[in-house]
Design a protein around this ligand. Sequence first.
Ligand code: PGA
Length: 241
Amino acid sequence: MNIQVCKDTNSIGKAAATMFAAEIINNPRCVLGLATGSTPLPTYNALIELNDAGIVSFETVRSFNLDEYVGIPRSHEQSYYSFMFENLFSRVNIKPDNVQVPTPASTDLNDDCVAYDAAIDAAGGIDIQLLGIGHNGHIAFNEPTEVFPFGTHIVDLTESTIEANTRFFDCAEDVPKKAMTMGIGSIMKARSIVLIATGAGKAEAVKAMIKGEVDPQCPASVLQLHPNVTVFLDAEAASLL
Ligand code: PGA
């Protein structure tokens, strides 16, 4: 793992955006793996600036998002589909037809999961994947468990994740209890991975990811086995290393 400690969230956003921009400039038809949450916002803002300045064009870029809640429609303001259009897709020149967010809508949600993995494979796989990390070490919605889940699947969210996401809803009861998420295998197949963690609340998870055993109880620890991972941290998130 290449670990970079940066001075603040804006410098992390610029550094991560530079890696995504380099990928797009080298391969204008590349496939991006994208994330939601508070962590990626400075990266998206820096990418929007690069697009506005004409330095990067998303014209032929394709993207796949990591996850989506089960049980709220795409049009819900807290759906990850809405989040991505509000914070990135409507603000750069990416084509709406070229973006995919998991859509758990069929009567058999497993069909949606199988179709999502097949679509990623058909696009040639993910060239560069953006990740945050949960307080419990989750990546995407791969929660601590007994075995690393391989492909896209439906997951029950843990209490810790529901609590962390309550800030986006009126109350904990309104937070969806299930999600559709890329699996650990889907994420590990990405050719390069950029993980960002900021704030003291992520310090324990960061320590377990980098210094702990590779253990599905800390899903992010699997990244120790990936050959091309860059981790951007601020001083607080790096404080236990
Ligand atoms: P956050 O979420 O960026 O909102 O902290 C990260 C995550 O849960 O993966």
